[in-house]
Design a protein. Structure first.
Length: 89
């Protein structure tokens, strides 16, 4: 486990929302890299991640709330918010 991540979980105080998000981001990055290193294509990893997230959202918030979130997410994707910057040389 990453040293900073291990320290986060050893800390007895509750994590702030920002700390939780950072810890999750680090865990997901590690997972994605390990899966890619095993030869799993990024589109497969991404599809499975989205599916897992949708199952969790439906379980936590119900179908209607999740559907509303996904509807709003469509516009966010179309607006380019998830586009990676391209390198210019």
């Amino acid at each position: 486990m990453l040293p900073a991540l291990a320290q986060t979980f050893e800390d007895p105080r509750p994590m702030t929302d920002a700390e939780q998000r950072l810890a999750c981001f680090e865990m997901f990055n590690t997972f994605w890299q390990e899966a890619a290193d095993r030869g799993i294509p990024f589109d497969t990893i991404g599809t499975m991640s989205i599916s897992a997230a949708l199952f969790a959202l439906v379980a936590a918030h119900g179908q209607e709330t999740t559907a509303e979130f996904v509807r709003e997410l469509v516009e966010i994707v179309r607006s380019g918010e998830f586009n990676l910057p391209t390198a210019t040389h």
